[in-house]
Design a protein around this ligand. Sequence first.
Ligand SMILES: [Zn+2]
Length: 111
Amino acid sequence: MKPGRTPCINPRCSRTGPADEFPGEMICGKCFRALPAEARAKHRGYWRELRKWDRRILRTTDELKRERMRDIRARVAWRLGLHWDREIKAPLLAPEKLVGLDTFLQEAGLS
Ligand SMILES: [Zn+2]
């Protein structure tokens, strides 16, 4: 592994991303697009919510309100982490789920 690069979480994928942009774990665009549509939508939804709270926290001057917003943001981040582990990472690490039904149907042109 090259320094400064983060590998895709899919063990069968050799793509990497810049570590400054993806300091922890990352999934490459190709593997992300192969995920079931529901998992992709949920993942995007959590990120949308995080960005929304980031913007609100920046705009708010009341320190008490900011504190409450940071708590809410932390809960969203926690749910994103859970979703990442259970619905994105776990299926990719389980070899028997190498090709999910959704991917199979898409590739077969049936959905
Ligand atoms: Zn990948």
